[in-house]
Ligand binder design. Structure first.
Ligand SMILES: Nc1ncnc2c1ncn2[C@@H]1O[C@H](COP(=O)(O)OP(=O)(O)O)[C@@H](O)[C@H]1O
Ligand SMILES: [Mg+2]
Length: 237
């Protein structure tokens, strides 16, 4: 079943066109990766899906409804959660506080968030130990875990991840990708933006390659990993 369908969107920043005729699909249960060099338009696609930017042309269809004119809050409450690039956690809130704020999309007054917390702490046991620490005092890796954990607190059906491995030590990169795979295996569909094409293609089902705001290639992750042009451009030969 198609969960998300991006239909020929055109996106501008002022007069500068960032996305041209972008078209792709994400099926329920998949990990789909968007690959491409810096500036190709990957983050812009995620921002457009989550309602932060409006497409000038085209539509975004999620669970058979058009969402491209909806508010960010309505899109979140329909089950799309966006973990932006650069781990934008709240530095002045505790780990618990950062996780708790993300439940407002579904939480009725006084309702328990224990199930969601337990789920996040099962994936990231370090966060349980750090529960009462302030955001700024966490390491880079812990902040990334918290950013992903916060994304999960809104009970997403579709998780948008923007460069989750950026700036992490190689050992942590591996563990973040393992966790993404686990989150997917537990039933969350994932749209993954990455510059680490090698690692992304290891866990993704399908991928789309972007250049200058256009999709230039797409296919099963296995085929992309074997594609000569992809290997030259993104996998170091
Ligand atoms: N806030 C912004 N204002 C103006 N131009 C932007 C802004 N954000 C991104 N761009 C431009 O849009 C294009 C796509 O950027 P982006 O989506 O961030 O690429 P990626 O995530 O693939 O690195 C780039 O040319 C970038 O310079
Ligand atoms: Mg980006």
């Amino acid at each position: 079943m198609v969960m998300l369908r991006v239909e020929r969107i055109e996106v501008f920043y002022g007069n500068v066109q960032a996305l041209r005729n972008i078209e792709f699909e994400v099926n329920q249960g998949e990990i789909v990766t968007l690959l491409g060099a810096n500036g190709a338009g990957k983050s812009t696609i995620l921002r457009t899906i989550s309602g932060l930017i409006r497409p000038r042309k085209g539509r975004i269809i999620y669970l058979e409804k058009e969402i491209s004119r909806m508010s960010v809050e309505d899109i979140v409450s329909k089950g799309i959660s966006h973990v932006p690039e650069g781990r934008r956690i709240f530095p002045g809130l505790t780990v618990y506080g950062n996780l708790e704020v993300a439940t407002s999309s579904w939480r009725k007054r006084g309702a328990s968030i224990q199930d969601e917390l337990n789920n996040v702490f099962r994936l990231f046991p370090k966060l349980r130990e750090r529960m009462n620490q302030l955001g700024w005092s966490l390491s880079g890796g812990e902040q990334q875990m918290l950013a992903i954990g916060r994304g999960l607190m809104s009970r997403p059906k579709l998780l948008l991840l923007d460069e989750p491995s950026l700036g992490l030590a190689p050992k942590l990169v591996q563990s973040v990708f393992e966790t993404i795979k686990t989150i997917n295996a537990q039933g969350t569909t994932i749209l993954l933006v990455e510059q680490n094409a090698y690692a992304a293609l290891q866990i993704a089902h399908r991928g789309y390659v972007l250049e200058n705001g256009e999709v230039v290639l797409h296919g099963p992750a296995r085929d992309l990993a074997a594609n000569e042009n992809v290997r030259k451009a993104y996998l170091g030969g």
